[in-house]
Design a protein around this ligand. Structure first.
Ligand SMILES: [Zn+2]
Length: 43
């Protein structure tokens, strides 16, 4: 899905801008889609 708010990615530490593709990591925290574990990419 796409980010609605500006936040930061706990995996790489970079900012996530609104409109960027995001996903949840194993802890349920939003991260960049490309930073999420592969198993959760399609969740
Ligand atoms: Zn990231």
């Amino acid at each position: 899905m796409k980010a609605k708010f500006k936040t930061s990615c706990v995996e790489c530490g970079d900012q996530i801008s609104p409109g960027k593709e995001i996903a949840k990591n194993g802890s349920g925290t939003w991260v960049h889609k490309h930073c999420a574990p592969e198993a959760l990419e399609f969740a």
